[in-house]
Design a protein around this ligand. Structure first.
Ligand SMILES: *Cc1c(COP(=O)(O)O)cnc(C)c1O
Length: 500
């Protein structure tokens, strides 16, 4: 298995190199030179496996050098921290719609599925390199990635984890989760501005040769836990394949029968994983891209124009408040028949003008596989409330963006094939907004709202979200975008040689 870059299809990289580096030297994103596929027999065999067994089958194709005992133990260890034995269970809400619950990990959002495993992939990749450098994970977060990365990497030997989040753009609970993170190798700082400012800051540091040199001098190297890292995407492919196998084994879907997947997405990461599940052999009819009011992806899918020059809205699905969907680059590459020069051209236009448009042919190709729509704040609240009142199922606002758009899709197209909607976070993680959607008063404090939501609905609070405001705040830093490099230097100087 070799990997290539979206901006240089001749540049070959090993699986361990892809994990270590995160992004290719010319700024492109790595993906497999050939996407592995399953034969009908292999799929049959996988039906009888549990989630970890399926994960091992899929991931050994992407990381063959780790296959065997090391990968097996990594997967068991990663998913033993999930509170649901099925790891990613399906919950039917009737009308042929099933919620794929991918939030039963230690931070209560789907990012745990990849980020509980990534430290294992990373330490494997680092051991293969033999370079003996400490890995410094540098991450920009719109809320959920940061906490999931911290939880995954805290006290993992040979790693440091540094997380930047936009000071105006994460929920109070998300913020509490991050600033109370324990572990000597963890560093968390707020950046003044929105998520794109934070992400641009991280990207600038990643590509700055001077910053890299300073790091080498300290015996370290940067790596990324953002969803541009293939090590984030590959574990996400597993749950779509596994959900499909579950539908087949439970008789809700015939062998080979097409179904739809609807994903609430911002960075285009989670829906891209569904696209790769399709490429590997799942009979997906349409991939439905659900956006919130930051509907740059809806416009792109409908008109073929990607334009980030637009107002930025803060919504109650903050993990999707994103105007630059980094992972779309991989899809552009795929839809152009893996044309690296054209992909690089489009990405250049995005950087310079904040905008690009694709050809009519390419747009036709896009619409063959994808359908897009968005939910306003009112749509989101209504969908959440309706599903609670009519089905007694409590979902979070991100998921409600998905259920609203899934509904729109069915009404506009008349296509009522079985549908999986990705349920991306525990409703308790966004308790204040969930209460508002249910037309209930907030108590004025995150812990109080979590309690109130539990009493109101009779649902149990996930253990990781209990007593958040009693935990000591360990991380106080706030900086501007141009001070992020100083925060990193300062933290690493306090930890000469690392050690946890
Ligand atoms: C990160 C996140 C999303 C969006 O994921 P993408 O990688 O942008 O597809 C949706 N919901 C929740 C709860 C998230 O944490």
């Amino acid at each position: 298995m070799q990997y290539i870059s979206t901006r240089n299809a001749h540049y070959m990289q090993s699986p361990d190199g892809v994990i270590r580096e995160g992004i290719s030297p010319e700024g492109g994103l790595y993906l497999p030179a050939v996407i592995p596929t399953f034969s009908a027999e292999q799929m049959d065999e996988m039906i009888s496996l549990d989630y970890c067994g399926r994960a091992e089958t899929v991931l050994s194709m992407y990381f063959p050098g780790m296959a065997g005992k090391r990968l097996h133990e990594a997967i068991i260890s990663a998913y033993s921290h999930f509170s649901h034995p099925a790891v990613a269970p399906l919950k039917s809400i009737g009308d042929g719609i099933s919620l794929l619950e991918i939030y039963h990990g230690p931070t209560c959002a789907f990012k745990d599925v990849a980020l509980q495993l990534l430290p294992h992939l990373m330490t494997w990749a680092q051991s293969v390199s033999g370079e003996g450098l400490r890995i410094v994970i540098l991450t920009a977060t719109s809320g959920d990635t940061g906490k999931a990365a911290l939880a995954g990497f805290a006290d993992v030997p040979g790693t440091e984890i540094i997380v930047f989040y936009p000071d105006e753009g994460v929920s109070p609970i998300q913020k509490l989760q991050m600033v109370t993170q324990e572990g000597l190798n963890t560093c968390v700082a707020a950046v003044r501005g929105n998520f794109d400012a934070t992400q641009n800051g991280v990207k600038a540091i990643f590509t700055d040769p001077e910053a890299q040199r300073r790091l080498r001098d300290m015996g370290c190297r940067f790596s990324s836990a953002n969803s541009i890292n293939w090590g984030r995407l590959a574990p996400q492919i597993v749950y779509y394949l596994s959900a499909w196998l579950d539908l087949v084994s439970s008789g809700k879907l015939a062998q080979g029968e097409p179904f739809n997947i609807c994903v609430p997405t911002g960075n285009f990461g989670n829906i891209l994983a569904a696209w790769y599940a399709r490429c590997m052999g799942a009979p997906v009819h349409k991939l439905i891209c659900a956006s919130n009011q930051n509907n740059v992806l809806t416009d792109f899918i409908r008109d073929g124009v990607y334009d980030k020059n637009r107002p930025f809205y803060k919504t109650m699905s903050p993990s999707m408040d994103i105007l630059i969907s980094s992972n779309l680059e991989r899809l552009l590459f795929e839809l152009t028949g893996r044309d690296d020069a054209y992909t690089a051209l489009l990405m250049g236009e995005l950087k310079e003008k904040g905008r690009y448009s694709i050809s009519g042919d390419m747009q036709a190709e896009l619409s063959r596989y994808f359908w897009g729509a968005y939910a306003t704040e009112d749509d989101t609240a209504r969908s959440l409330r309706d599903i609670y009142r009519e089905k007694s199922v409590l979902i979070d606002p991100h998921t409600a963006v998905g259920t609203h758009v899934a509904d729109l899709y069915r009404r506009e197209t008349g296509d009522t094939r079985p549908m999986i909607v990705a349920s991306t976070a525990s409703p308790f993680k966004f308790a204040t907004d969930v209460l508002a959607c249910l037309e209930e008063e907030s108590t004025g404090d995150p812990d109080g709202d979590i309690q109130k939501l539990s009493e109101l609905t009779g649902e149990q609070v996930p253990v990781p979200l209990t007593g958040l405001s009693q935990r000591p705040v360990r991380h106080h830093a706030v900086c501007d975008q141009d001070e992020m490099a100083d925060v990193i230097d300062h933290f690493l100087h306090l930890r000469p040689g690392g050690g946890v």
